[in-house]
Design a protein around this ligand. Structure first.
Ligand SMILES: Cc1cc2nc3c(=O)[nH]c(=O)nc-3n(C[C@H](O)[C@H](O)[C@H](O)COP(=O)(O)OP(=O)(O)OC[C@H]3O[C@@H](n4cnc5c(N)ncnc54)[C@H](O)[C@@H]3O)c2cc1C
Length: 236
């Protein structure tokens, strides 16, 4: 009888867990030769989410099948839809269509995180995100499409909602990205809106002077102590 380690989610945590488990199994030699490791992931690629704010998000997927094959980890392309703890099994909706189940002795849940989307009017229709590759690609396409729009203050204004780590990364990357698209033909106005009274509230006071200095150097404005309450298509 095989003993199964089943890992749900092929992000950094899941992939690392699979590789780490394979290493331990390998080190144990014959004592662990009955251990089977399986990764369940909707895609056979790692999304490099920490770089989705950059200019080419479509390039931020690294196929991991060759790596898994090398260390003997099985891959099931699909999403776990239900966990049955009593009989140690999961139901999987397969990426290629159809469904199957898989059993486990040890289950590792590494299904990750998703962007928090507050229920604000207009957010779904008018805001962009860089949480997943397809969303980041939509933002890139939108930035590029602005080149064919009239040169107005509205076109040239970019509001980043949230002045935490990711918001700051998005904002500080924008000047260079826009310069690559427009050259000197656009003078963008970039505003970071943060509900807390300070920029980067969770980053603590330590790095704040450097963050503020970097924002100032890039000409990025901040608006703290107030949150965005709605989004619409009107120019202002
Ligand atoms: C733009 C951006 C910039 C960032 N910058 C940084 C940074 O500089 N430094 C840093 O440390 N962090 C950064 N982060 C955060 C970092 O990307 C995440 O902390 C990290 O990706 C979390 O890894 P994870 O494996 O836990 O989850 P995830 O990356 O969310 O991966 C989880 C995986 O599980 C899959 N999954 C979900 N549900 C199921 C299911 N039911 N069945 C099977 N699979 C499932 C998902 O499809 C996904 O592939 C950034 C994030 C973004 C979006």
């Amino acid at each position: 009888m095989k003993r199964n380690i089943l890992i749900v989610g092929g992000g950094f945590a899941g992939l690392w867990t699979a590789l780490g488990a394979a290493r331990v199994v390998d080190k144990q030699g014959d004592a662990a030769s009955d251990v089977e490791i399986t990764l369940v992931s909707p895609r056979a690629a790692l999304q490099v989410r920490p770089r989705l704010h950059e200019a080419h998000p479509e390039q931020m997927a690294v196929p991991f099948q060759p790596l898994l094959d090398t260390v003997g980890v099985k891959l099931i392309e699909g999403a776990v839809e239900r966990i049955h703890p009593n009989d140690h099994s999961v139901d999987i909706a397969l990426a290629a269509g159809g469904a199957r189940s898989a059993s486990y002795d040890r289950l590792v849940l590494t299904s990750g995180s998703r962007l928090f989307r507050p229920p604000l009017p207009g957010l779904a229709e008018h805001a962009f995100a860089v949480d997943q590759i397809d969303e980041a690609v939509k933002l890139r396409e939108h930035l590029e499409s602005l080149a064919s729009k009239p040169d107005t203050a509205a076109r040239n204004t970019f509001v980043v909602v949230g002045g935490g780590f990711t918001g700051l990364e998005v904002a500080t990357e924008l000047p260079e990205r826009l310069h690559a698209i427009f050259g000197d033909a656009m003078r963008p106005r970039i505003v970071v809106v943060e509900r807390a009274d300070v920029i980067g509230p969770d980053l603590g006071p330590g790095p704040r002077p450097q963050i503020l200095e970097a924002l100032e150097k890039l000409g990025i404005e901040t608006c703290v102590g107030g949150g965005v309450v709605s989004f619409d298509a009107k120019a202002w």
